[in-house]
Design a protein. Structure first.
Ligand code: FE
Ligand code: FE
Length: 174
């Protein structure tokens, strides 16, 4: 591994981390969609899968411009988040409770990405990488929108999950 000495090096290192994160998500999101009971939530995961492919493609374009390869790093934080998502998928839960858990896992992922893209966007800006700044900002906005959509979806799903808890509690007391 070459020594990281400049902000440019830091920028490239962080971009590689994000590229790994996006590629891990491309594999995970179809499983999240399949596990969702709410058709809206499943569609939301499908839609974000398409966006996520675009996020990876944007990073590839940035690397092309830098004359560097995007591969060579594994994002261990995303690996952990995806593992938690996989645990959620296997959880024995009512449909609404499972959906609430999937949203909880997905929002952690989006917040992680928002943090990462916010940071690299600022590097790109400082480094005068105008096109990359634009790309990174587009992706950042899509991550924020996805997080907001998940919050919206949770509004009704959490209420359903709460009703499910009450139903099963009253059932055991009968
Ligand atoms: Fe993304
Ligand atoms: Fe995302």
């Amino acid at each position: 591994m070459p020594k990281i000495t400049t902000l440019h090096d830091v920028y490239v290192e962080q971009l590689r981390d994000l590229y790994s994160a996006e590629n891990q998500l491309i594999k995970a999101l179809p499983k999240m969609a399949q596990a969702a009971s709410s058709p809206e939530l499943a569609q939301g995961f499908e839609d974000h899968l398409e966006q996520t492919k675009e996020h990876a493609a944007r990073l590839e374009k940035i690397f092309e411009g830098l004359g560097e390869k995007p591969t060579g790093k594994k994002c261990k934080a995303m690996e952990g988040l995806v593992k938690e998502g996989a645990e959620t998928i296997k959880e024995n839960a009512t449909p609404a409770a499972k959906d609430a858990l999937l949203i909880a896992a997905a929002q952690r992922v989006e917040h992680y990405e928002i943090a990462g893209y916010g940071t690299v966007k600022n590097y790109a800006k400082l480094l005068g990488e105008d096109e990359a700044t634009e790309f990174l900002d587009q992706t950042l906005q899509e991550e924020v929108e996805t997080d907001e959509k998940l919050t919206e979806a949770a509004e009704s799903i959490n209420v359903d999950a709460e009703a499910g808890v009450k139903e099963s509690t009253s059932a055991t007391h009968r």
